[in-house]
Design a protein around this ligand. Structure first.
Ligand code: PRF
Length: 376
């Protein structure tokens, strides 16, 4: 994997860059649609590529390991072949899902013992087997096995957890040295900064992660319930320390305005279930603000969902029709809302990139944040 830093904004720490992987290039800043079980929910691969214009999608080690399982993934020749997505893929390590989804999880030095949320079966994730599983899935970018402490966490717990995440990282790095990619293409490890909402821990974690010399770095443990200003404060501290010449990925963030604020702090990559999950509930993100399409006020509004959207697939559907689909419980409603929201997120980061390259990002961002938050 290669990262080319093209421009740094004058009025903020925003950057425009380009990542090259074995499955193609990614222009940063970028938003990565979440395809937890290898599918971006309710959207076909053609739609993800052509209508949403996604450049990279996410998969989850935890889910893919439980279903369809490693035998199927290995026989398929990896996730790219299995799901027919031939552009870059990033897999999360399970170091978050195990804590948010699994039952009876128990954290030890060795790893995490947990019960599947599907059938209650018992499993052990270690830094080593999580690297092996990500080899079998075959993503281009793979994540270190970490612990994401809840918010709020006591200082002592947050420190111990961070130290464990650092020891696990070293085991991940060693395992990757000792093994080879399963399908011949390069796989790049991103370590993850933790440290909860404590400034000294965040700094210490960022310094430790930076010292590992990885080709890209991630920031975890944020957007887990803390106030937005704390997220920005922690993110800003960490981006000051992480290397300039490597991409920075803020995990599981966020709203459109969260994305712009964190781009301004120097983040290059984002993922979040919000555009798809909230879309399936009728929440639409637009250039003018947020709308609940189930609301009666849209019943006879025959205007396009978002006249400013570039997405051909959804631009010609009216608000009234989409509301009708939701009220009638039609599955097409979920598909259109998901495509619309994802296309909007991709347009948002594309416009942010254009503003960075033009040297106008900082002022554009300030006005845009207010506009995006408007409740329509
Ligand atoms: N760690 C991992 N995945 C994540 C997170 C984390 O801290 C988060 C936190 N926002 C989302 N996804 N491995």
């Amino acid at each position: 994997m290669n990262f080319e830093l093209i421009t740094t904004d004058k009025g903020s720490n925003a950057r425009a860059g380009k990542i090259t992987t074995a499955h193609g290039t990614i222009e940063t800043p970028i938003f990565m649609p979440v395809g937890t079980v290898g599918s971006v929910k309710a959207v076909t691969q053609d739609q993800v590529r052509d209508d949403v214009q996604a450049q990279i999608i996410l998969g989850n080690t935890y889910h893919l390991y439980l279903r369809p399982g490693l035998e199927v993934l290995s026989l398929a020749g990896g996730l790219h072949k299995f799901n027919g997505w031939d552009r870059p893929i990033l897999t999360d390590s399970g170091g978050y899902q195990v804590f948010s989804l699994a039952a009876n999880r128990k954290i030890k030095e060795e790893g995490v013992v947990f019960q599947s949320h599907i059938d209650g079966s018992k499993h052990l994730f270690t830094p080593e087997n999580v690297m092996d599983i990500q080899r079998t899935i075959g993503a281009d970018i793979i994540m270190a096995f970490d612990e994401c402490p809840p918010y709020p966490s006591e200082y002592r717990y947050a420190r111990k957890s961070m130290e464990l995440t650092h020891r696990w990282l070293d085991r991940c790095i060693q395992r990757l040295k000792d093994t080879q990619p399963a399908y011949g293409h390069e796989q790049t490890l991103f370590p993850i900064v933790q440290g909860s909402t404590y400034k000294d821990l965040r700094k210490a974690s960022a310094e430790y992660i930076a010292s590992r010399g990885a080709a890209g770095n991630a920031i975890g443990g944020l957007s887990v319930g803390e106030p937005e200003n704390e997220m920005y404060e922690m993110c800003g501290l960490v981006t000051e320390i992480l290397p300039q010449d490597k991409p920075r990925y803020l995990m599981g963030v966020g709203t459109p305005w969260n994305i712009l604020e964190n781009i301004a702090l120097g983040v290059d990559m984002f993922d979040c279930v919000m555009p798809t999950r909230n879309g399936r509930n009728g929440m639409l993100f637009t250039w003018n603000g947020v709308m609940n399409i189930r609301n009666k006020k849209w019943a006879t509004d025959f205007n396009p969902i978002d006249a400013n959207s570039e997405c051909f697939a959804t631009r010609d559907y009216s608000r009234a029709y989409l509301r009708h689909l939701f009220v009638a419980g039609e599955i097409l409603g979920m598909t259109l809302a998901s495509i619309h929201n994802l296309a909007f997120y991709l347009e948002l980061v594309k416009e942010a990139r254009r503003q960075i390259l033009a040297g106008t990002f900082a002022t554009w961002k300030t006005g845009m944040v207010q506009q995006l938050k408007t409740r329509l």
